[in-house]
Design a protein around this ligand. Structure first.
Ligand code: ADP
Ligand code: MG
Length: 151
C-alpha cells in the first residue's frame, strides 16, 4: 500500500512519530505537510528535527517563509507558505535552489505555491480525531515508498 495511518493521541505522540520518520527520511526528499491551522504540522516537523538531533527551538517560519536547520551532511528547510502570495517572490528569493540532493524540504501549506513546488516524495496529512489527530502518510515516489515500507 502507498498510504499508512496512525492515531496520534496527543502532542507527545506527534513528536514521537516525527522522530521515527526522521530515521527514514533521506537527503533529497521533499515532504508536504497537509492539514488546517492547528492540525500539528509544525509539531510533526519539531519531532523530525529532534530525530535528526536538533536540540534547540523550532520556530514557525510564517514570516520568513522558510527556516534552515544545518546538520553534518544535509540541511533541513522548513517552509510555511501560509502567507505566500507572490510567485515572483519564490523565484526572487531563490527558493528553488533549496531543493537539492543534500537537503530535505518539509513544507506546510504547499498548495499556496502550487505548481512552483517540485512533486513531493511523501505527503503527511493531519486531521483532527477526537482530542488527538490522525496522520496519513502517502508515498508519491520510490524513495517515499521505501520510507513507508520501513515504518
Ligand atoms: P500547525 O502547524 O498544523 O498549525 P501546530 O503543530 O502548531 O499546528 O499544533 C497546534 C497544536 O496542536 C499545538 O498546541 C500542539 O500541541 C497540538 N497537537 C499536536 N499534535 C497533537 C495531537 N496528536 N493531539 C492533540 N494535540 C496535538
Ligand atoms: Mg504550523
Amino acid at each position: 500500500t502507498d498510504t499508512l495511518e496512525w492515531v496520534l493521541a496527543d502532542e507527545a505522540a506527534t513528536l514521537a512519530c516525527g522522530v521515527r520518520l526522521a530515521a527514514l527520511l533521506q537527503p533529497g526528499m521533499t515532504v508536504f505537510l497537509d492539514g488546517d491551522l492547528g492540525a500539528g504540522k509544525t509539531t510533526l516537523t519539531r519531532g523530525i528535527l529532534r530525530g535528526f538531533g536538533h536540540a534547540g527551538r523550532v520556530k514557525s517560519p510564517t514570516y520568513a517563509l522558510v527556516e534552515p536547520y544545518a546538520f553534518d551532511t544535509f540541511t533541513v528547510y522548513h517552509f510555511d507558505l501560509y502567507r505566500f502570495a507572490d510567485p515572483d517572490e519564490w523565484v526572487d528569493a531563490g527558493f528553488r535552489e533549496l531543493f537539492r540532493d543534500d537537503s530535505i524540504c518539509l513544507i506546510e501549506w504547499p498548495e499556496k505555491a502550487g505548481a512552483l513546488l517540485p512533486a513531493p516524495d511523501l505527503t503527511a496529512r493531519l486531521l483532527p480525531d477526537g482530542d488527538g489527530r490522525t496522520l496519513s502518510l502517502t508515498a508519491h515516489s520510490a524513495k517515499g515508498m521505501q520510507c513507508l515500507n520501513r515504518l
